[in-house]
Design a protein around this ligand. Structure first.
Ligand SMILES: Cc1cc2nc3c(=O)[nH]c(=O)nc-3n(C[C@H](O)[C@H](O)[C@H](O)COP(=O)(O)OP(=O)(O)OC[C@H]3O[C@@H](n4cnc5c(N)ncnc54)[C@H](O)[C@@H]3O)c2cc1C
Length: 310
């Protein structure tokens, strides 16, 4: 870091159509808060002679969060905007927690949620959390609109399915069944490089049946292990149909570990990382299940009804 930025042209369009046109004509990336983009330009990891800012486009900072209709976050919504929102904390807890745990915290005032998802950085937290919530991205480009599931969004390290001139206008997390709970956790060390072996993050969503006795749906996601977060369906299969309990959560964590390849040839690093990963996954699933079990709250339902009526 510490190197000066090379000169670049900077456009500030006032509509999505104009932004798309400029990005295509100049083969330029979009910029929002610049928290990923500017450091990569400074480090010369990227060379971009032209940038197209989304900051002046109206409407992209809209967001709505409701248990019945889901969560919609426009492209300009920064991570800290989610924190005071009661429904975000209760019904979309995984993403709320990931935003809350951004470090240093002031990054959340500048960095957009969509920008974090679009960066394609393997160790970022929000993709892991959003994937557990089954998020999808609304993309607009010259060829029209399309919706891309976050699971299908990443193609390689720092690469996504977006082509130049395609802009993500919003991220949508669908509403979940009543007895669902989600959770996000990470193991974080201050050393932050692409090869940082100490960073791990996990997110889970668990849905219980009406009696809250058995798991009827589960999503288990581990991030920072490969170039993108992954869902582990074998672990989800371990959980579905069973009564939630600690042994079961450990079995699910083991099912994830069985699918992981070592990322170094240093045996002691791998041993530590696998051990950390097991605990992280077990506790994340346990917390999601515990939230699913305790979430049903008559006061919460009353608040929902009042909110609908107003
Ligand atoms: C010091 C520091 C600490 C951080 N700590 C954490 C952390 O603990 N956990 C974590 O997960 N992240 C962390 N981050 C990452 C940070 O959260 C992201 O950099 C930020 O959220 C990105 O949003 P932005 O608006 O700044 O994106 P930008 O930097 O403006 O853009 C990022 C990328 O996304 C593209 N892009 C942005 N918006 C759109 C759009 N609407 N459509 C299409 N493409 C788009 C850009 O072209 C660019 O390639 C940290 C960053 C810094 C600098």
């Amino acid at each position: 870091m510490g190197r000066v930025l090379l000169p670049f042209e900077f456009y500030e369009p006032e509509s999505v159509a104009e932004a798309i046109d400029l990005a295509r004509r100049h083969s330029a990336p979009f910029i929002m808060g610049g928290c990923t983009l500017v450091p990569s330009l400074r480090r010369r990891q990227r060379r971009e002679p032209c940038l197209v800012s989304l900051a002046r486009i109206p409407g992209l900072d809209d967001f709505s969060i409701h248990p019945r209709t889901g969560m919609r976050l426009g492209a300009k919504v920064v991570a800290s905007a989610l924190l005071p929102h009661i429904w975000a904390g209760k019904r979309f807890a995984a993403l709320h927690e990931a935003c809350e745990q951004l470090y240093p915290p002031h990054i959340g005032n500048m960095g957009s949620i969509v920008g974090n998802l679009c960066s394609g950085v393997p160790y970022f937290d929000l993709p892991t959390a959003a994937m557990a919530l089954d998020a999808e991205l609304h993309v607009t480009g010259q060829g029209g609109d399309r919706v891309v599931k976050l699971e299908d969004f990443y193609t390689a390290k720092f690469q996504t399915v977006l082509s130049r001139g395609e802009v993500v206008t919003q991220v949508f997390c669908p509403p979940h069944k009543a007895d669902s709970g989600s959770s996000f956790k990470k193991i974080y060390r201050s050393r932050r490089t692409i090869d940082d072996l100490h960073k791990l993050n996990a997110a889970a969503m668990v849905t219980l049946d009406e009696d809250r006795a058995r798991i009827i749906d589960a999503r288990v996601v581990l991030g920072s292990w490969s170039f993108r977060p992954h869902r582990y369906r074998a672990a989800e299969a371990v959980l579905v149909g069973e009564a939630p309990n600690f042994d079961l959560f450990e079995q699910a964590a083991d099912a994830v570990l069985a699918e992981l390849d070592p990322v170094t040839d240093l045996a002691w690093v791998e041993k530590t990382r696998f051990a950390q990963c097991r605990v992280l996954l077990r506790d994340t699933i346990a917390q999601a299940a515990s939230r699913a079990k305790s979430r049903h709250d008559p006061f919460e339902d009353a608040a929902e009804i009042l909110e609908d009526a107003s």
